[in-house]
Design a binder for this molecule. Structure first.
Ligand code: G6P
Length: 479
């Protein structure tokens, strides 16, 4: 930390840990779920920066504290804000809207008011941590107004924004009653990063059509005002990744290798183990995947005595109606298939509604002959990259939805359209019966990509680009 604050401040809805206060008043914490934390944690651990975020619990106020070389700065949300800003506007308006309206987005003015208010609180917390001229890197759809609010408070800062989820086509985005305010909020940044080129161009098109601003390629021109000079905002793709070398090493460790063997034994030594790993979210195509698998058993193309599917579905956003409905649907489907094809001592599907630490995940990836990533829409999907990073044995087959950001990068996978159940059945069957020579060829290709383009490269490329953008508002530090 410098004398007047941190030179790098990350602002995200969640801290990388879920906190609680124990009975004796000390802070207890566990790792938070999701791809954002998976990607950013290693970046921050090496950076001597501060991470501003919500603790994961209502009304929890705590002083900043240090975990694994990071300064964590908790932002407090009360119960109503959790309902309106987090469960409501973030996860029942923006999340479905930005994921191709797979579930219908709900538009409520009270939720929007709460979103604005909470974004202001995050902007103030970030402003209080940042040194003069620091870089502040705002993350994801929950905080789209922060760049503008922060620039109003601290014009000296260099502000980046990264959207971890897709940015929708104009025709969908324009349903949002507050579409203009969201665009203006984002345009407070100097650099706006997206997962794919298509997301960045959707954003620029929305700016062109819904504001009076001029755009040129990836750039949006903001004219000078009485208080601020003219500036340019750049919107560009920066596909995110994982700490692939760390994951590769973890999966090579004797403990993880032994645990992988143990998992296969505990599953009854089937010939083929298939695996799905997702937050229990309707964007992930879990139902489509299970339906395809169930039909393969029904058709007799896969033998339930020789094959099993392990589906990890970690609990997520459990107070949002669409997630409750999804859980009911998935659990009914799993129950039906297990009832039909299971035997004593053998389940067709092992359904696990839990989250697991990285060691156990690595062992599961190693134990799986076929990895099923069948999202209907997904910003990137880091599970696909983790599977590849874990397979130093160059065995295993990745089945990957075309609707993930990862599909733009992972050409060695078997691509599927999860809406096409017959096509997906053929792809899963092909993966389950692929000879080891082809597996090796594909996995080598996948590993070259995932091990080269890791999360350190992603953050360095974003931060270098941000640092290189001329910022006319930059004033010299006060002496
Ligand atoms: C996705 C989002 C993240 C979010 C994570 C977990 O990866 O892009 O912003 O943190 O899901 O969801 P949650 O609502 O539990 O934070």
């Amino acid at each position: 930390m410098g004398k007047d604050g941190f030179n790098l401040v990350v602002v995200a809805n969640r801290l990388p840990v879920d906190m609680s206060i124990t009975e004796d008043g000390t802070v207890d914490w566990q790792r938070s779920p999701g791809g954002l934390v998976t990607a950013l944690e290693p970046v921050m651990q090496g950076a001597d920066g501060a991470w501003v975020g919500w603790s994961g619990a209502p009304d929890l106020t705590a002083d900043p504290f240090d975990v694994d070389g990071m300064r964590l700065v908790p932002v407090s949300l009360n119960q109503t804000e959790i309902e309106r800003y987090y469960e409501g506007f973030s996860n029942d308006t923006l999340w479905p809207l930005y994921h191709d309206v797979i579930a219908p987005p709900a538009f409520h003015r009270q939720w929007w008011d709460s979103y604005r208010k909470v974004n202001q609180r995050f902007a103030e917390a970030a402003a209080s941590q940042a040194a003069h001229g620091a870089i502040v890197w705002v993350q994801d759809y929950q905080l789209q107004l922060v760049p503008k609010l922060l620039r109003n408070l601290r014009p000296d800062l260099r502000i980046g924004f990264f959207n971890h989820i897709p940015f929708p086509p104009l025709e969908i985005f324009q349903q949002l009653p507050w579409r203009r305010q969201v665009l203006e909020g984002l345009l407070g940044a100097d650099l706006i990063g997206f997962q794919r080129g298509g997301d960045a161009s959707n954003f620029v098109r929305a700016v062109r059509r819904l504001t009076d601003l001029t755009t040129r390629g990836q750039h949006v021109m903001i004219e000078a005002t009485d208080d601020a000079p003219a500036r340019t905002v750049r919107a560009a793709p920066f596909p995110i990744s994982i700490d692939s070398h760390h994951f590769d090493e973890l999966a090579r460790s004797p403990q993880v290798q032994a645990r992988a063997r143990e998992i296969r034994t505990d599953l009854g030594d089937p010939e083929i183990v298939m695996l799905g790993v997702d937050r229990l979210d309707y964007t992930k195509g879990i139902r489509h995947r299970i339906k395809a698998y169930g039909e393969l058993l029904q058709d007799g193309r896969l033998d339930p005595a020789k094959c099993t599917l392990v589906q990890v579905a970690s609990p997520s956003r459990e107070n949002v109606g669409a997630y409750q409905e999804l859980r009911d649907h998935v659990e009914t489907l799993v129950g039906r298939i297990n009832g039909e094809y299971g035997e004593i001592g053998h389940s067709a599907i092992h359904y696990l509604h839990h989250s697991y630490p990285p060691e156990e995940m690595a062992a599961l990836y190693l134990a799986a002959d076929v990895m099923l990533v069948t999202s209907l829409r997904d910003g990137m999907n880091l599970v696909a990259k983790e599977y590849v990073a874990a397979r130093s044995d160059t065995a295993g087959v990745l089945v990957l939805s075309e609707f993930t950001g990862a599909a733009d990068e992972l050409a060695g996978a078997i691509m599927v359209n999860p809406h096409d159940i017959d096509g997906m059945k053929d792809a899963i069957y092909r993966a389950a019966t692929m000879d080891s020579r082809e597996q090796r060829k594909r996995m080598r290709r996948l590993r070259r990509k995932v091990l080269t383009d890791d999360v350190a490269k992603w953050s360095a490329s974003f931060l270098t680009t941000l640092g290189g953008i001329p910022d006319p508002a930059h004033s010299p530090a006060p002496t």
